[in-house]
Design a protein around this ligand. Structure first.
Ligand code: R5P
Length: 283
């Protein structure tokens, strides 16, 4: 479990919890992770670039440490022989055209998560939103269930529409999620990100957010890691890129190999070719 030495609180975890957490955060000797997020359809439907999940996921699997997705996409779009750890999204219940995105419930049972061999469960909390309370109680319930069965919980934090995505509000959200017992917290990168990291006593991973130019997305990943993030949980900036395989390799080089933005760009980001757009491998 030496790869988990960076994870605060790991000493008091049971073996199953440590084992699953090490599948997410401990596949390398740096305590960091590259998580591929392909769960967007749970409220966005067939998101641009993710219309055919199987085609998108398959070439990227060899280069990610874990994959975050819903059970519907896992069952239909990932081969069961895959060895890539699964971060199962288990909250949802609203769509982009519905009343309020924060109106979420827990949408999968712990038994089904275990059947699906999930290594981690992901639940959104919407701080400062109309349904803040119910999303926090969703998190609390999942932490209880996760502790019962040794499954870590990833809290996906979001802040209310009128709140700035700054260190004050993101810090508030991350800290609340950690206080509720989340084992990993996902947030957004912001100025003074190190203050968000310092006040959150569990590993933080950052979302990529809306599609950026490749170099800007790599800078975001680099700045976050330099400020203390434990990894990335990136979606659109990988699979909406013209060269998704190159992009995930570049992100990986920043997270695990310490490359800077120039180095990652010059090594991996080239014009689209058959080789960097697709490979037939599926781990
Ligand atoms: C929301 O759709 C999900 O939790 C995403 O997984 C998350 O926002 C990360 O994806 P992206 O890098 O595209 O923001």
């Amino acid at each position: 479990m030496s790869n988990l030495r960076f994870v605060q609180g790991v000493r008091v975890m049971n073996w199953g919890m440590k084992n699953r957490l090490s599948q997410i955060m401990g596949r390398h000797d740096d305590g960091r992770c590259v998580m591929l997020a392909v769960d967007h359809g749970y409220f966005l439907g067939p998101t641009e670039g993710l219309e055919n999940p199987r085609e998108v996921i398959s070439p990227l699997l060899p280069f990610t440490d874990s994959i975050m997705l819903t059970r519907g996409i896992l069952r239909t779009s990932v081969r069961p022989e895959s060895c890539v750890p699964v971060v199962l999204r288990v909250s949802g219940g609203s769509s982009i055209i519905g009343e309020d995105l924060s109106k979420e419930a827990v949408i999968a049972s712990i038994e089904d998560a275990i059947r699906l061999n999930a290594s981690c469960l992901a639940v959104s909390v919407f701080i400062g939103s109309k349904y803040e309370h119910q999303t926090l109680t969703n998190l609390a319930r999942l932490v209880d269930e996760g502790e019962r069965y040794g499954i870590p919980i990833l809290a996906v934090t979001a802040v209310g529409r009128e709140m700035a995505r700054d260190s004050r509000y993101l810090g508030l959200s991350c800290r609340i999620a950690a206080e509720f017992g989340a084992h990993i917290v996902k947030t957004y990168y912001c100025n003074d990100f190190d203050t968000v990291v310092r006040s959150c006593p569990v590993p933080l991973v950052i979302a990529g957010g809306k599609k950026l130019d490749e170099k800007d997305a790599l800078k975001l990943a680099h700045d976050a890691i330099s400020s203390g993030a434990s990894g990335v949980d990136m979606g659109r900036n990988i699979w909406q890129s013209k060269t998704p395989v190159s992009m995930i390799k570049a992100v990986r080089s920043i997270v695990h190999e310490g490359l800077d933005v120039e180095g990652a760009c010059s090594t991996f980001i080239h014009q689209p070719t058959k080789a960097n757009v697709t490979t037939k491998l599926q781990k």
